[in-house]
Design a protein around this ligand. Structure first.
Ligand code: SF4
Ligand code: FES
Length: 372
């Protein structure tokens, strides 16, 4: 098969983060500061990525603003002709810092929001962060940059979908992503606390639909479904090794941000192999590219060009076999694994969140607040 060059690169500059979100999709084992790529190494990665064809660079983390060399990295990526997006919690994004980044070529900011009000948002973030995010959004708008607001939805904030849309409007967002939690990394540990109820999902749908209509042309709304409840899986990454690569803080190069969960996958690193070789010739990127790896039922399924057999990481986490059909799929013989997880969801006595720090917060601020 012909392998196309990648379009985008997720550059995870650091795993360090001021927030402690229970839905964090970063791995259980975070890269230590001492293992992070140096400035010179990141500059080389950016050069190699552009040479490979990358046109969009998403500088992410953890919190990328914690890297003092962020301005230098933005300059290099922009000078190479890339569209540079900053994926941030907003903490530390002052007007002066942003003005400098914009001068250097930053094109877009994606800001995370945890809930519609400060009390609940700060509880979910495990930090006093919400009011600083409101300030960060104002700074982005004043700088004239396009703003995306990203909200991870779960049981403890799903009832706020309408209020979250209002908030994003007030923040002046051009785009709002309402993404139901995907259970990777730390989030998997909190699955029982995070899983929304079917009632919450049913209540959110018409709200999102009506808002999408009302705001058409002003604010785009992207709703990412709760795939455990769906009949078919998501087209994860638009195919393995097809459009994007991820470089982790320690230089590991992954076909998707969660791929380190697949313990059978030989992970490559920019310190030991050129990025071009990793993209075109490595075992890890070739493992699930195209359709040759598929078995039944995917191999002959009429949907295989639509969803690429679903998510390889989810298949591995739920079945122990990364080449299995994503068990979210109703045609998978292992769909009962997902059904059993849903059936075991507690209706009451939802467990506490396990935060990414020793702090513990309740999953649900109160029963009345979270009932949709
Ligand atoms: Fe997609 Fe495979 Fe399910 Fe078909 S069987 S819908 S290709 S995951
Ligand atoms: Fe890794 Fe879906 S998250 S393939």
């Amino acid at each position: 098969m012909t392998v196309e060059p990648p379009l985008g690169m997720l550059a995870e500059l650091t795993h360090r983060c001021p927030l402690h979100c229970p839905y964090c999709s970063n791995p259980l084992e975070l890269a230590a500061k001492r293992d992070e790529l140096t400035t010179a190494e990141w500059l080389d990665v950016l050069d190699a990525a552009r040479d490979l064809g990358v046109l969009q660079v998403h500088m992410s983390g953890g919190e990328p603003l914690l890297r003092p060399d962020l301005p230098e990295l933005v300059t290099r990526a922009a000078d190479l002709g890339c569209y540079v997006n900053l994926v941030t919690s907003g903490l530390g994004l002052t007007a002066a810092r942003l003005a400098d980044l914009v001068d250097r070529g930053l094109a877009h900011v994606q800001l995370s929001v945890q809930a519609a009000d400060a009390t609940r948002a700060d509880q979910i973030a495990g930090a006093k962060a919400h009011s600083r995010k409101i300030d960060a959004a104002a700074v982005v708008r004043e700088a004239g940059l396009p703003l995306s607001v990203n909200v991870v939805l779960h049981r403890a904030n799903h009832d706020q979908v309408a209020a979250l849309i209002d908030l994003a409007e007030r923040m002046g967002a051009d785009r709002l992503e309402l993404a139901n939690t995907q259970y990777y990394g730390w989030a998997l540990r909190n699955r029982a606390a995070l899983m929304p109820t079917p009632e919450q999902l049913a209540a959110a749908e018409p709200i999102v639909r009506a808002a999408t209509e009302r705001l058409r042309g002003r604010m785009e709304i992207v709703y990412v479904v709760a795939d455990y409840y769906e009949r078919f899986p998501k087209p994860c990454m638009y195919g393995w090794g097809a459009r994007q690569l991820t470089v982790a803080p320690n230089g590991d190069v992954l076909p998707c941000p969660a791929a380190s969960v697949i313990t059978t996958l030989p992970v490559e690193n920019v310190r030991t192999r050129p990025l071009r070789e990793i993209w075109y010739d490595s075992v890890s990127f070739g493992a699930f590219r195209g359709e040759g790896w598929m078995r039944d039922p995917c191999r002959t399924c009429d949907r295989r060009a639509l969803d690429y057999g679903g998510c390889r990481c989810q298949a591995f986490m739920l079945t122990g076999d990364a080449a299995a059909t994503d068990p979210v799929c109703s045609r998978s013989p292992q769909r009962p694994v997902v059904d059993a997880i849903l059936a075991a969801q507690p209706e009451a006595d939802v467990p506490d969140f396990v935060m990414r720090a020793p702090t513990v917060a309740r999953a649900e601020p109160s029963r009345t607040q979270t009932r949709a």
